[in-house]
Design a protein. Structure first.
Length: 172
């Protein structure tokens, strides 16, 4: 009985309804709207419901791309994110072509963003929770290990891992 009362008090709380409204709004604006307004979306491409797409008109997904759960792809207002065919983006990955400025004379939050395109090749696997920063090019067939932060471009068919990501192997 105590559990029932506990859950009922949660359901009837203002916090519950506020969070539910926020969740629904984010789902429609970052996922549904984002998918509908992609710059390009290839055949058999799958974007999971919990993925978030910002400035989706500047996101271009090839054929048979799989965007897993809780992935965040942030293209900038003036920069693009391009993903080649047959690429897998693991759960929790974060891809951003936009970043904050770093001028010391101005608050970081008030500065214009620094934008650079991101190009991810075909047959690439971005492991779970990988982070791809602005200006990165990832060659065809490359693998980014789970939890890696990619700060420099990745050559085709190489395997990178770590923070910052470094080459740890090759696909043969």
């Amino acid at each position: 009985m105590k559990k029932i009362i506990k859950y009922l008090s949660l359901i009837f709380s203002k916090v519950f309804w506020f969070q539910l409204r926020q969740f629904i709004a984010l789902f429609f604006t970052d996922n549904v709207y984002g998918i509908k307004h992609l710059g390009a979306c290839g055949k058999k491409t799958n974007v999971r419901p919990s993925a978030s797409l910002a400035y989706s008109e500047n996101i271009f997904l090839g054929d048979n791309v799989h965007v897993q759960r809780n992935v965040y792809i942030w293209a900038g207002k003036k920069s693009k994110v391009t993903v080649g065919d047959n690429t897998i983006i693991g759960p929790g990955s974060f891809i951003t072509s936009d970043n904050h400025g770093l001028k010391k004379e101005q608050l970081i939050r008030d500065q214009d963003g620094v934008e650079q395109d991101i190009n991810i090749g075909s047959d690439v696997w971005l492991g779970a929770y990988s982070i791809i920063l602005p200006g990165i090019e990832i060659g065809n067939g490359a693998v980014v290990a789970a939890g890696s932060v990619v700060t420099k471009s990745v050559q085709p068919y190489t395997i990178v891992g770590g923070v910052p990501a470094k080459q740890i192997g090759e696909r043969k």
